[in-house]
Design a protein around this ligand. Structure first.
Ligand code: SF4
Ligand code: SF4
Length: 681
């Protein structure tokens, strides 16, 4: 190889690459600051599991697609070392990276390298076949993806040609002992009549080495301009993923002078969100599981990432200039530059308001994304801006927000009737039972919705029978703030949260029982952001414990309509990992026949009521609750069981809309279990 040509190739590639990478990364410096390098040990652990270990590609429902990715990814990690060696051989013939020449490790590496080459070539061919022949609906079918796969295949083919011809030209290389692919290639070429003396062999050798290097360097330079940029950004992005509980939204700082009330401009997103945008590989796993997308709403979590990325790219020249002013210590100039933006708005332009409001915050996109992208945080940032800065939100929310402000519940029912459900049940308040062990936090639906009040009563009777030492706040209870927070009304949510914490402190609350998974998630995962950590228990966990301790026993046979299908509430299962406990509670009822829906457990499908969608009209596409209800009924179940007020209301409405009221029952697990304990409530 010619050292001068190698130097020119290196200089051109690396300077062009530095320019391109600078173009992509400099804008991140003007985005909102965020610390994502705390708890390094935990980060290294996640990096090992999700990035190096490729954990999310081994899931049951990935089937073969994930395997193709793993074959290519692990292969690339191994062959990258060889690429550096090839560059070195541009200067010194037969140069080896330190430790590879005729050592045990070297022999092992050349075996691993050939295995990796085979794995990449096979992986790219299978992925190509999958894209071109089977065309999975979750993927975007564009030419770019095909070109990228061919490019990677070409690089490996060139390396194989280089190695095979090297073994003909310089027989006796130590790595011939283990580089099996190169040896097979050598035999094949020799079989075709190539010899060391044949000038064609030397020419093919040059084509192999230069071809591999040119394809490699040109690919590196193409990366910042295509979806494959994730090859560079995904590893740091996974390392800097969110470590807070999955169910917790990021707290908006209302006190800070520079506080942002949501995101209205791309640079107001944190830099990590910018990295998310670059990192999306357009694999479509998120949209293939998004209830909004699958029912025809104008929301696709993948499209949100891609559209934000396009917007970021359009604004890059301004952001670049702003970044330079920022580096010069002139943030005001940077702001001035950004204000010159004349293009489309982020909110309502790049991302439509319909898309922003269509999200149920079910979290399926986050759980599906192999690159740990945090879609819900993106959408909530945009909602916060619309609500708190623009005061623009679906018409029907105006009254709901007022209801929370005035009565601390979304229905606007009198707050002094909040404790009415407990009439005649002998439920103590903290004042009447100051030594209570648990606060039973009932929640708005449990206090005001007629259907869910029955669940509250069933649960109360169960706790009383088991001798649980609990108290309820009655009319003093306030909304936990969960739904207001997911609707972007962070100010209102924080007001409710702070009020609750203060009040609970005065009565000495330590442990909390909830029936509603939304209250459970918020109190458990979000209240610690406000300085208070409680031991929070969902009632399914409590029942399970009480039965184990023998405090509840002697159950009657299931007397409802069977079979029973359990619908996993997103905020219990996906966000808090409670999949088995509710099923265990159902199975405690003798004679119950539990069936599973097509999507259940980790792959469960939202009821359509989360993220405040319960309080908004659903005019576009098919109703999510109808879609979910159909899948549940397809099991042949005659009872739909769940453990969440929103799910219960949404599914009950869907059953009624289908005219199946009376034929199919929608019940909470607490009711089913109480039936068995009390022989019907
Ligand atoms: S949280 Fe659920 S509804 Fe929202 S974008 Fe993700 S998958 Fe879709
Ligand atoms: S956000 Fe994640 S799951 Fe969705 S398309 Fe991008 S990489 Fe795939």
């Amino acid at each position: 190889m010619n050292p001068l040509a190698m130097t020119l190739l290196l200089a051109a590639s690396l300077s062009l690459f530095s320019w391109s990478i600078g173009r992509r990364l400099l804008p991140l410096f003007v985005m909102h600051p965020e610390i994502r390098w705390d708890h390094p040990k935990e980060r290294v652990k996640r990096f090992a599991v999700y990035a190096l270990g490729q954990l999310r590609f081994f899931r049951r429902f990935e089937r073969v697609h994930g395997v193709f990715h793993v074959m290519i990814f692990w292969g690339v990690l191994v062959v990258t070392l060889n690429f550096f060696q090839m560059v070195g051989r541009g200067y010194v013939k037969d140069w080896y990276l330190p430790g590879l020449r005729e050592t045990g490790f070297g022999l092992f590496y050349f075996f691993a390298k050939d295995l990796a080459t085979a794995s990449i070539m096979l992986g790219t061919l299978l992925a190509l076949g999958n894209r071109v022949i089977f065309r999975p609906p979750r993927m975007l079918h564009n030419l770019e993806a095909v070109v990228i796969l061919l490019w990677i295949f070409g690089m490996m083919a060139m390396d194989l040609l280089y190695e095979s011809t090297l073994f003909i030209l310089s027989p006796g290389q130590a790595e011939e002992q283990t580089a099996f692919l190169g040896v097979w290639g050598m035999w094949a070429l020799k079989g075709m009549g190539l010899t060391a003396q044949d000038p064609l062999t030397a020419n093919l050798h040059a084509v192999g080495s230069w071809g591999h290097l040119i394809l490699g360097f040109s690919f590196l330079n193409y990366l910042p301009y295509c979806k494959q940029f994730h090859e560079l950004t995904s590893l740091p992005s996974i390392f800097m993923c969110r470590l807070t509980p999955r169910g917790a939204l990021i707290r908006q700082d209302l006190e800070d002078e520079d506080a942002l009330f949501g995101v209205g401009k791309i640079e107001e997103f944190s830099w990590k969100r910018g990295l998310d945008m670059y990192t999306c590989a357009e694999c479509g796993r998120c949209r293939a599981n998004c209830p909004a997308h699958l029912t025809g709403k104008p929301l696709s979590p993948m499209a949100v990432m891609m559209d934000e990325r396009e917007h970021l790219k359009k604004k890059t020249p301004l952001m670049w200039r702003a970044a330079l002013w920022k580096f010069k210590g002139q943030p005001d100039k940077a702001k001035e530059v950004l204000e010159q933006w004349q293009g489309e708005a982020l909110v309502g332009g790049a991302i439509s308001e319909e898309a922003i409001w269509a999200c149920t915050t079910c979290g399926h996109c986050i759980a599906s994304c192999p690159l740990l992208i945090e879609h819900v945080d993106h959408l909530i940032d945009l909602r916060r801006y619309l609500v708190q800065v623009e005061s623009r939100f679906p018409r029907e929310l105006t009254q709901v927000f007022k209801n929370w402000e005035n009565m601390s519940n979304p229905w606007g029912l009198a707050s002094n009737s909040r404790g009415d459900w407990a009439e005649g049940l002998n439920v103590c308040t903290p004042a009447e039972n100051p030594n209570f062990e648990y606060l039973f936090y009932v929640g708005c639906a449990g206090c005001f919705d007629d259907r869910y009040k029955k669940v509250t009563i069933a649960l109360t009777r169960l706790m009383q029978k088991a001798g649980v030492n609990f108290a309820c706040l009655g009319n003093d209870e306030m909304c936990c703030g969960e739904t207001a927070r997911r609707l972007g009304n962070e100010y209102l949510a924080q007001h409710l949260i702070n009020f609750n914490i203060e009040m609970w402190d005065t009565v000495g609350v330590k442990k909390i029982i909830t029936a509603c998974p939304h209250c459970y998630n918020t109190i458990k995962n979000e209240y610690p952001q406000f300085g208070k950590t409680y031991e929070v228990i969902h009632y399914t966990e409590l029942i399970s414990d009480l039965v184990r301790q023998g405090r509840l026993s002697g159950f009657q046979s299931f007397s409802g309509k069977g079979p029973v299908v359990y619908h996993d509430p997103c905020y219990l299962g996906r966000y808090n990992g409670l999949y088995d406990t509710p099923r265990q509670v159902a199975r405690l009822v003798p004679g119950i026949s539990l069936v599973e829906a097509e999507r259940s457990g980790r792959t469960s499908f939202c009821c359509g009521g989360g993220g405040g969608r319960m309080w908004m009209e659903e005019k576009i596409g098919k109703r999510i609750n109808a879609e979910r209800c159909e899948k549940l009924l397809a099991t042949g179940a005659k009872t739909i069981a769940t453990a969440c007020p929103y799910c219960m209301m949404m599914l009950d409405d869907a059953v009624k809309d289908k005219g199946l009221d009376g034929e199919v029952a929608v019940r909470d697990l607490a009711q089913l279990f109480a039936d068995a304990v009390f022989n019907k409530v």
